[in-house]
Design a binder for this molecule. Sequence first.
Ligand code: HEM
Length: 414
Amino acid sequence: MADPSDGSRAGGEAAPDRRLSAGRGRRRDRRVYLRRYPLLFTLLAATRGRPVLRLGRTLVVHGPDGYLDALTRTPLDRAAAGTVGGTAHRLGTDSLLFDQQGPEHRQARRALTDDLGPAGVARLRPVWTALLRQRLAPLGDGAEVDLVAVVAELAGATTAALLGVDADPVALARAARRAAAATAAEQLPGPRLPGRARAARRAVADLTALLGGSPPGTDPADPLDPPDPPDPRGLPDPPTPSDQPGPSPERAGLAGMLALAAVNTTVAAIPRAVAWCADDRLWAQADAAETRDVLVDELLRVTAPSPVLPRVAAGAATVAGCPVRAGDRLLLVARHAAGAHRADPDCAAPEPARTARLVFGAGAHSCPGARLARAQLADALAALAPYRPIVVRARADGHAALPGWAQLVIRAGR
Ligand code: HEM
């Protein structure tokens, strides 16, 4: 992706070793976009000089004001095709926060407030700190560690504890990543391939089953997902998870959606942040309690793990001065609204937190897991910092829902 205003601060305030490596983190991180969404991100990079750009019925919103207008002052169609809520409807799972509004949404959010608030995060913390201690210990013996595998397990274990289910963390993370990749493919523009819808339904059903619930029912009227043909040998169908007892479809659906949101963002976010920290040699800031939280916000700002939010307007509004009407598509570029492209992470002169935290959205639907996500990254950085890790190998993921690393192998740097 062409990134001419790459934004590396050559400022004299940086520590000497940091100046030597400035820009390396950004150069490596760019690979995750080029591997997963090369055309989209080339388009976004080429147009980001304009706060908002209309392309037919689609508005590409780059600036923070337009981003806030869209998320907090524009009526949105939360069940429109091509959005998370719309895809959930197509796959037979709805009432899942993303697609809700008004009192129904407020009630569902309240249920999460305790679990993801300060007390909830403190309760969950031992789950991931214990895992980090164990899985990173081999770094002390000079061994290599794949951080993506560690973070996937961490995300699976945390999600299982959050939901109170007894699922294997690695299997849970794998199912959540598969389901997200399959449903993200469903949201891509272009003709809908029959096999894609079926694969997405299966992946969501597998995840729901792992969480102890019934999978969403299939819609026999959906021509894109016809029922499986009868077994030619006349054998009965193998039992499906829907034959098993479990929580209500709404509860299982909500658990599945939370697992999707929690696992995929975490698996994208932490390895990218760690790679950037290692490449720009920011371990001293990661080690010091006084700078660690600022570094967390800065690393999340520059990586913007959920870089583009697709939305659809449900009514008339104005976004960064541009009139919008019902049915217009809005591509909200969280990455640019938060200033990911403007400046490298800098604990001495960070972006204001209100800008950096736009990576978590804004308004009534802003990310309820932000506190948890920041705590996990802070603890991961604290656990890694004493080893001063360097990146040995990094392979970008070509299939994941969010741009990220499929493998990030690190070893102690001293
Ligand atoms: C670095 C990690 C994360 C990032 C960057 C992130 C980002 C986002 C963004 C941009 C949104 C949409 C906000 C909007 O529409 O205004 C969102 C929504 C959401 N996130 Fe996160 N997220 C992260 C981690 C998590 C975690 C760990 C959880 C759960 C434990 C979670 C649960 C959710 C849920 C349930 C929603 C839907 C909220 C609603 O519609 O009311 N997220 N997240």
